[in-house]
Design a protein around this ligand. Structure first.
Ligand code: DQQ
Length: 516
C-alpha cells in the first residue's frame, strides 16, 4: 500500500474502492473515477475511432490533491474502459499536480498541453503520447511558457485551449487581470514548444453586475474553450451565421462559480463579444466543461458535476465527482447553444413505460405514472396554457417526505419564455447537503416543452427545449417514485416515455488501472 501523504487521506487506499462501490448515491451510468477524487474533463477527443476521456484524478482519496490525469476509452461514449493513469506529478514543473489541459494531433503525434503545478502556481507543459495514447512522455523543455505575461497583475493563470490555424498553433490560457476581470491570453507557436504572446483575446468586466448573479463573469476564467459552432473552423471566414463561442468557467478567489459562454466573432487576435449566456442553469454542478469535434462532425461537451455534500462526507464516501453524460452541442434558432445527451446512451434503456396522453386541469391534478427507479431516462412532451405550471417529481420516497421536483412554468401573458426550475428543497432529509433552487429562462413556442430528465442516483441532468440544468441530490430514504402534477392552469401531456438505464461498469475496477 502506498504511504498516506495527506491529512484527508484517512481511508486506507485498499478500502476506497469498496466504500465507493457500496455507496447507494454513486451513479451507475455516468462515468465516475474508480474511487477517490474526480474533477474536470481533460483531453476529450476521438482518435482513430476511439473516444478518449481524461480527467483530473486523485486516487489517494476523495479530495483535491496532487492531481493526476485519469484516462478511460470508449467505442461509443456509453461504456468506458479504464486505462492507466496518463500523467502524474514528477519532480519538476508539475511536481504538485498535472492540472487541466487538452489533447491535440501534432501531425500524427498525440500531444497533451496541460498546466503543471509547482510552488502553488501553474505553467503550461507538454507531453507526447504513444500511438495508442497509453504512454506519455513529458517534454524536457517543460514548462513551455516560463511565466505569465510580464507586467500584468494576474489573479491566476492556467488551463488551455489549443487549435491549428493558418499553418500555426494557437493557444489560450485562462487567467484574470486584477481589478478588471477574467481573460484568456492568446499565444502562437509553430511547434507547440516555443510560444509567442499575442495579447489578451478579450477581457471580462468583473465590476459588471452583482457578484451574486448567476451570470457574473468572475475574477478569473478557468478552462476556456473557444470553438466555431456549426459550419467552419476557427479563424476561417464564416460561410453562414455559425457563431464563434468562448466558453469559460467563472472563478473567484478559489470559488468555482459557474460556466458561461460568449457568442461572438473571433478574428485576428481578438474576440468580439455579442452576447453572454449561462451555459447550464445548474451553475457549479456543470463546471469546467470541455468540448471537441468528433469524427462525425458533432461538437461534444463534457462537464464536471461536482458534489453538494461536505468535504468530510466525500472523504468518508471514498469517492467524489461525476462526469456529465456527453452532450451534443448545436446552435438553436435564436443563436444560443442547445444541448442534448448523445443519442448513443439510448442503448442503456430497458423496461419501457409509456404514460397515456391526457390533459391535466387545475391545481393539484396528478397522473399515476407507474414509473419508478433511481436510474431513469424520462422523455416528456407537454404543452402549457398561459399561466400553467407542471411539476415532475423524481426519487420521491414512499411517504412523500423526500422528492426532487422539476418545475416548468409558462407566464400568464403567454410570453415565449417561461421558466425551468429544479426544486431541491425536499430532496434530502440530510440538512447538510446543498438544496439551493436552480432555475433559468425556458424558451417555448405555444407553451410546448420537450423535457428530458436523466436520473442516476445522486446525479440529475435535465434538458428542456435544449436548455440544460444539471445538479446533484442526496436522498436518504431510497425513494424511487416518479410523479407528475399540474399545480396551475391547464397542461396537455402529449407523451411521456420512461426507461430504466443499465449500469456501465460491471467488473470491479482498479484504482490504478493497468493496460488492458
Ligand atoms: N480545476 C483544475 C484547474 C482548473 C480547475 C485543477 C477547474 O486546472 O482551473 O484540478 O475546476
Amino acid at each position: 500500500m502506498t504511504e498516506i501523504t495527506h491529512p484527508l487521506a484517512t481511508i486506507p487506499r485498499d478500502e476506497l474502492l469498496s466504500r465507493a462501490e457500496a455507496d447507494p448515491l454513486r451513479p451507475r451510468f455516468h462515468f465516475v473515477s474508480p474511487a477517490g477524487w474526480l474533477n474536470d474533463p481533460n483531453g476529450v477527443s476521438q482518435w482513430n475511432g476511439t473516444y478518449h476521456l481524461f480527467y483530473q484524478y486523485n486516487p489517494e482519496g476523495a479530495f483535491h490533491h496532487r492531481i493526476q490525469w485519469g484516462h478511460a476509452t470508449s467505442a461509443d461514449l456509453v461504456t468506458w474502459t479504464d486505462q492507466p493513469v496518463a500523467l502524474e506529478p514528477s519532480a519538476g514543473p508539475d511536481a504538485e499536480g498535472c492540472w487541466s489541459g487538452v489533447l491535440v494531433n501534432d501531425d500524427g503525434t498525440p500531444t497533451l498541453v496541460y498546466s503543471g503545478r509547482f510552488e502553488d502556481k501553474e505553467l503550461p507543459c507538454v507531453a507526447v503520447g504513444s500511438p495508442d495514447l497509453l504512454n506519455w512522455t513529458k517534454d524536457p523543455g517543460n514548462p513551455v511558457i516560463g511565466a505569465p505575461p510580464a507586467g500584468v497583475d494576474i489573479t491566476a493563470y492556467r488551463d488551455h485551449c489549443v487549435w491549428r490555424e493558418g499553418g500555426k498553433w494557437r493557444q489560450l490560457v485562462g487567467s484574470g487581470i486584477r481589478h478588471l476581470g477574467g481573460t484568456a491570453f492568446l499565444y502562437e507557436s509553430s511547434d507547440l514548444r516555443s510560444w509567442d504572446y499575442l495579447g489578451p483575446l478579450f477581457i471580462g468586466d468583473a465590476s459588471q453586475g452583482d457578484p451574486a448573479d448567476t451570470d457574473w463573469t468572475g475574477t478569473m476564467w478557468e478552462c476556456v474553450d473557444l470553438f466555431r459552432a456549426g459550419q467552419g473552423s476557427l479563424g476561417s471566414a464564416p460561410a453562414d451565421n455559425s457563431p464563434d463561442v468562448l466558453v469559460f468557467s467563472a472563478w473567484d478567489d478559489g470559488e468555482t462559480r459557474h460556466p458561461l459562454y460568449w457568442i461572438g466573432r473571433y478574428a485576428g487576435d481578438t474576440f468580439e463579444p455579442e452576447a453572454l449566456h449561462r451555459l447550464d442553469y445548474g451553475g457549479r454542478f456543470f463546471y469546467a466543461p470541455q468540448s471537441f469535434q468528433d469524427e462525425s462532425g458533432r461538437r461534444i461537451m463534457f462537464g464536471w458535476m461536482q458534489e453538494g455534500r461536505s468535504d468530510a462526507a466525500m472523504v468518508e464516501a471514498g469517492w467524489s465527482g461525476v462526469m456529465s453524460l456527453p452532450r451534443v452541442t448545436t446552435v438553436a434558432k435564436d443563436g444560443t447553444l442547445a444541448f442534448s445527451p448523445v443519442p448513443e446512451i439510448a442503448k442503456l434503456r430497458s423496461d419501457h413505460v409509456s404514460v397515456p396522453a391526457q390533459v391535466l386541469v387545475g391545481a393539484g391534478t396528478s397522473v399515476t405514472t407507474g414509473v419508478s427507479g433511481n436510474q431513469l431516462d424520462l422523455e416528456l412532451d407537454v404543452q402549457l396554457a398561459p399561466g400553467a405550471e407542471v411539476r415532475l417529481g423524481v426519487l420521491v420516497s414512499a411517504d412523500g417526505a423526500e422528492e426532487t421536483v422539476i418545475v416548468l412554468g409558462r407566464a400568464a401573458d403567454g410570453a415565449p419564455t417561461g421558466t425551468l426550475r429544479l426544486d431541491r428543497t425536499r430532496s434530502s432529509l440530510n440538512p447538510a447537503v446543498d438544496v439551493e433552487d436552480k432555475s433559468g429562462p425556458l424558451p417555448m413556442t405555444d407553451g410546448r416543452v420537450r423535457l428530458r430528465v436523466l436520473v442516476d442516483r445522486s446525479a440529475v441532468e435535465i434538458f428542456a427545449n435544449g436548455k440544460p440544468l444539471t445538479a446533484r441530490i442526496y436522498p436518504t430514504l431510497g425513494g424511487e417514485r416518479v410523479t407528475l402534477a399540474a399545480t396551475e392552469g391547464s397542461v396537455r401531456l402529449l407523451s411521456f416515455d420512461a426507461w430504466t438505464m443499465a449500469r456501465v461498469f460491471d467488473e470491479t475496477r482498479s484504482l490504478l488501472p493497468e493496460r488492458k
